[in-house]
Design a protein around this ligand. Structure first.
Ligand SMILES: *[C@@H]1O[C@H](CO)[C@@H](O)[C@H](O)[C@H]1NC(C)=O
Length: 135
């Protein structure tokens, strides 16, 4: 009887410890995880979008103008991948699904992917492994 009580108390203590640990887990996602971007007007996020548009224009001769970020998430890698859905003007397609790789410490940035979203299909999908328009 006494041992059963002891086991019960130990189990409850363990649950309590697990709950405390879980509530104190760091909020930032581990490497490889995705964080939804909450603030579409964030300077760094719009920098990424503007970089993608000007890079795309440079590489293709297009004259897209960046309008706004519609949706986005970032992924911590060795640096950070920004997956954004943006709207542009001045072209047949206005919505694009883009990926920009950003490595702030040595100011390295690369447009990985720039793919029109057909029929305003806002479904968010990862484009890293899909063929890129700029290749
Ligand atoms: C930039 O991204 C493109 C597309 O993924 C890739 O082919 C190219 O090698 C990258 N450039 C650099 C310098 O990493």
């Amino acid at each position: 009887m006494k041992i059963q009580w002891l086991v019960l108390i130990l189990v409850e203590l363990l649950v309590l410890i697990l709950v405390i640990l879980r509530n104190h887990a760091p909020l930032s996602a581990p490497s490889g995880g995705f964080n939804l971007i909450q603030d579409f007007n964030d300077q760094h996020v719009t920098d990424m979008a503007n970089f993608a548009v000007s890079e795309f224009n440079k590489q293709t001769g297009a004259t897209l103008k960046f309008e706004k970020v519609i949706k986005g998430e970032s992924q911590v890698v060795a640096g950070r991948n920004y997956h954004l859905i943006i709207s542009t003007s001045n072209s047949l397609h206005s919505i694009y699904n883009i990926v920009v790789y950003d490595r702030p410490w040595d100011h390295f940035r690369n447009l990985t992917s720039f793919i029109p979203v057909i029929d305003d299909d806002y479904v968010f999908y990862y484009t890293l492994n899909q063929p890129s328009l700029i290749d």
